[in-house]
Design a protein around this ligand. Structure first.
Ligand SMILES: *Cc1c(COP(=O)(O)O)cnc(C)c1O
Length: 396
């Protein structure tokens, strides 16, 4: 693979490893172990395995390595470690770098399971966490301490789509020597330049846009070779959150088409948001690519003007109206994944964010009328017509 290749070329050819049969499509190496020619070779490999030498699938596997190399090329990271799910990636990144007595600063607008790790798990091991409003740089500055080891945030938050300034937060964190760990799912690896912008560690749930067709769970942590192989890999390989070779193959094939898919989904999301913005049944249309979004300027500099593939609609009339709207849709399915080829609608207050109390929901803007809409690959005119009839159906 040439470093000069553009993104789409790297996603088709990056990381490829061919067997003695010279197959065109990537092989699935469904094997947990590897045979050594001699006892001496086994001994040598346990002392130090080369980049293309494998011991046991929990440590690494050729299909998994192809996925890791291809996603590292997309993100512009030195290295990557693939994990069994997005949450195994978040847990691994944080737990491998932190120890009792450390302090973490985190944005409070988080995916429910990320919040659980920061609020419940880390505190049980003596790590203190301060939560801030991620869009307020003064709060980040005020929260830093000499023992702050890491900051954590979703670069685009779920489901309210706030965009956090990676460059500015990284400067603040680096001034006290803290690592910047970014959950980058909503920004997508296609639009993100998080590592260039200052992030030390970038995490994806590969279950979302990387698979892109709702088939497999997976995740990945990206960073420097030092962090990935020196800090994260020992933690992951001994605690067991490694990606299965079969899922790695599904995700590897997902990367072949990710540039096309995510660009098409983002273009449709912008069309839908622009069309529905100001609709009389809506309190608000939230989409980072709309000029009225609070961080629209940052979206231009941080994401090349791309607002992502998800929008959120705040329906007038609260939960009852939101449910009528959801039940009237005929194309989008009601589910809780995102980044899929199928459009997916979610009611965060009663599903993904049900665990939060009313004060927390209110603080994060998760209103009873809020519907998250992940835009798929259907014809955008069909989606707009269906959303418009579902909005009209609320009052009928
Ligand atoms: C889905 C998601 C995760 C968790 O990923 P899984 O693959 O479901 O474990 C973490 N963070 C964000 C922002 C997500 O959307």
């Amino acid at each position: 693979m040439s470093d000069d290749w553009k993104q789409a070329t790297k996603m088709v050819h990056g990381g490829i490893r061919r067997s003695q049969y010279n197959e065109v499509s990537e092989a699935i190496f469904l094997t947990q172990g590897f045979v050594y020619d001699t006892a001496e070779q086994a001994e040598a490999r346990f002392i130090e395995a080369g980049p293309d030498e494998f011991i046991y699938a929990r440590y690494g596997n050729p299909t998994v390595a192809m996925f890791e190399d291809r996603i590292a090329a997309l993100e512009g990271a030195e290295d990557a470690f693939a994990t069994a799910s997005g949450m195994a990636a978040v847990n691994g990144a944080l737990c491998s770098m932190l120890k009792a007595g450390d302090h973490v600063v985190s944005a409070k607008a988080l995916f429910g399971s990320c919040l659980y790790i920061l609020e419940n798990i880390l505190s049980g091991f003596g790590v203190e966490v301060t939560f801030v409003d991620g869009t307020d740089l003064d709060q980040w500055r005020a929260a830093m301490r000499p023992n702050t080891k890491a900051v954590f945030f979703e670069s685009m938050s779920n489901p309210t789509l706030e965009v956090i300034d990676i460059t500015a937060v990284s400067e603040i964190a680096h001034s006290v020597g803290a690592s910047v760990v970014v959950d980058n799912v909503f920004s997508t690896p296609v639009f993100s330049k998080a590592i260039d912008q200052g992030a030390d560690v970038v995490i994806y749930s590969a279950t979302k846009h990387i698979d892109g067709q709702g088939r497999a769970l997976g995740g990945v942590v990206l960073g420097t070779k030092d962090f990935i192989r020196g800090t994260l890999e020992p933690y992951m390989k001994h605690t067991g959150g490694s990606l299965s070779p079969f899922n790695a193959w599904v995700l590897l094939k997902g990367l072949e088409t990710i540039t096309l898919r995510v660009n098409a989904q983002a273009a449709s999301a912008l069309r839908i948001a622009t069309t529905l913005n100001g609709h009389s049944a809506l309190e608000h249309t939230l989409y980072p690519g709309l000029p009225d979004h609070a961080q629209y300027g940052l979206v231009q500099t941080q994401l090349g003007g791309k607002g992502g593939t998800v929008l959120s609609l705040d329906i007038k009339g609260g939960k009852e109206a939101a449910f009528r709207f959801l039940n009237a849709m005929t194309i989008a399915v009601i589910s809780n994944n995102l980044g899929d080829a199928k459009s997916i609608a979610t009611h965060p207050a009663t599903t993904t964010h049900q665990r939060l109390n009313d004060v927390q929901k209110d603080e994060l803007g998760i209103t009873p009328g809020l519907v998250r809409f992940s835009v798929g690959l259907e014809d955008v005119d069909d989606l707009i017509a269906d959303l418009q009839q579902a909005l009209a159906a609320i009052d009928s």
